[in-house]
Design a protein around this ligand. Structure first.
Ligand SMILES: Cc1cc2nc3c(=O)[nH]c(=O)nc-3n(C[C@H](O)[C@H](O)[C@H](O)COP(=O)(O)OP(=O)(O)OC[C@H]3O[C@@H](n4cnc5c(N)ncnc54)[C@H](O)[C@@H]3O)c2cc1C
Length: 437
């Protein structure tokens, strides 16, 4: 769909740019559903495919059931940043859950990046994965003071080395005058998310998993010690079920839907920029995000600026996407006035999954396994948790999983039924916080 935006530089196609870089799995060749499997995985993104690959490698009969086409969800739409840590800062995590759990969770985040690197290598997935490092830029001088503290904290508590980039020398990392210094973590990486999820799907299939697009799960029923899974393509019987539906979690798993808030995130991609300009904007190819609540994240891919943010809080629709294109272009030019004449060629959106405590959660509810709540931090983590939840399913040790050592909260006062009516207020609140903090 071509949408004419305002101004000569806003002729953007509502299309996911990443999908133009790879042959995504489609529905031209649908495999018939098996009647019986050991494990049915609901959702064909990183979580589901990574779990399926691991299970199949252990000889488990596993089917991935995807409502749309394999890789359709956040996994082929994201910014491709493969980040250390969690959505919540580790200081907060340590205050909430104590030193021991915080250390285990942080180590998981490092292992998660190693897992992506290992899978990409083992399965020969061409997705441009490299350890580009990430830059967290300070929007205000006092944010820079907080980054200094963070560097000391991470070194002291986790032995994790971060670098401070002083405001005076930040042009060596970012060609913008908008920020007041930055923090650099060289451990993080970047990749092309659609190429990665397409490769992960091939790897899961090669291991023996069967993948089924257009197989939306409509109903789940406990049948003795098995599950009857009703899908658009007919029923199947499964020994276990793993819910891997992230921001698209729906009524079929109502108890989980009530614990997850779906939030829209949007991205624009510019035309290809001249080499010198691209080099000036992000000299070392870092993955970048800023210190606002209503944050922006950006990076380069193939000389295009890929610039994202939570321009509208509600999940993607044609109108939230188009409005976001205009907002994001304005924000991009604030960061990089050099891009005022760059054409925005693509705009798209996707849905994030936030738990009420902003943490990622794995475990079992009514006998169903789940891994959810990545809060925009799921490229590495969903891959890793797909794998490790699958391993826990095999060993019967899900209770001991580090992401199952703390409670998965319901909505405060239980005022939430799966429709996020409060998002406009939350969006406005974040804008106020960005103004005062
Ligand atoms: C715009 C955007 C930018 C992001 N940027 C980054 C980033 O730079 N770095 C980062 O780490 N993370 C980022 N994320 C988050 C990351 O993409 C996700 O955390 C990750 O992809 C989650 O993977 P998943 O497999 O759990 O879910 P998804 O990939 O969302 O897959 C879930 C699937 O479940 C399917 N489904 C739902 N209900 C049913 C049903 N009833 N039956 C069958 N199938 C069903 C959906 O169709 C969907 O395909 C971003 C997300 C978005 C949207």
């Amino acid at each position: 769909m071509l949408q004419e935006g305002r101004g000569a530089h806003m002729t953007s196609t509502q299309k996911i740019y990443w999908h133009t870089t790879v042959q995504m799995p489609d529905d031209s060749n649908l495999t018939p559903l098996p009647e019986t499997v050991d494990v049915a995985v609901i959702g064909g993104g990183y979580t589901g495919l990574s779990a399926a690959r691991t299970l199949a490698k252990h000889g488990v009969r596993v089917a991935v059931l995807e409502a749309n086409t394999i890789g359709w969800g956040a996994s082929s739409r994201n910014g491709g940043m493969v980040l250390t840590g969690l959505k919540l800062g580790m200081q907060t995590v340590m205050k909430r859950y104590g030193r021991d759990i915080a250390k285990r969770l942080f180590q998981c985040s490092l292992d998660a990046i190693d897992t992506v690197e290992q899978i990409v290598g083992e399965e020969n997935i061409h997705c441009g994965f490299a350890r580009y490092g990430h830059l967290l830029t300070a929007n205000k001088p006092r944010h820079y003071a907080a980054l200094k503290e963070e560097v000391e904290f991470m070194e002291r508590e986790f032995g994790h080395r971060l670098n401070l980039i002083q405001p005076g020398v930040q042009h060596s990392e970012i060609g913008s005058d908008m920020y007041h210094g930055a923090l650099l973590d060289e451990c993080s990486g970047g990749l092309n998310p659609a190429q990665y999820v397409a490769g992960l799907a091939r790897a899961a299939e090669k291991a023996g998993a069967s993948l089924h697009g257009r197989a939306r799960v409509l109903r789940l029923e406990r049948n003795g010690n098995r599950f009857l899974v009703e899908t658009e393509q007919g029923p199947l019987s499964a020994g276990s079920v793993l819910v891997a539906t992230s921001g698209y979690t729906g009524r079929v798993t109502k108890k989980l839907q009530k614990k997850i808030i779906p939030i829209g995130s949007f991205i624009i991609a510019t035309e290809k920029l001249p080499n010198d300009l691209a080099k000036e904007l992000i000299p070392n190819g870092r993955m970048i995000f800023d210190s606002k609540h209503y944050l922006n994240y950006f990076r380069l891919w193939d000389h295009r600026m890929i610039f994202g943010g939570r321009a509208a809080f509600f999940p993607e629709t044609s109108s939230t996407i188009q409005r976001s294109a205009e907002i994001l272009r304005r924000e991009m030019i604030q960061v990089y006035p050099q891009l005022k004449d760059a054409r925005v060629e693509y705009v798209w959106g996707g849905t994030l999954d936030f738990a009420f405590d902003m943490m990622t959660h794995v475990g079992q509810i009514d006998g169903l396994y789940y891994s959810l709540g990545y809060a925009g931090h799921g490229v590495a983590m969903a891959t890793y948790l797909g794998k490790t939840v699958a391993e826990s399913m095999l060993k019967g040790t899900i209770k001991e999983h580090p992401f199952n050592l703390f409670p998965f909260p319901a909505a405060p006062l239980r005022l939430y039924d799966g429709f996020p009516w409060f998002l406009p207020f939350a969006g406005a609140w974040h804008k106020v916080l960005d103004w005062v903090e």
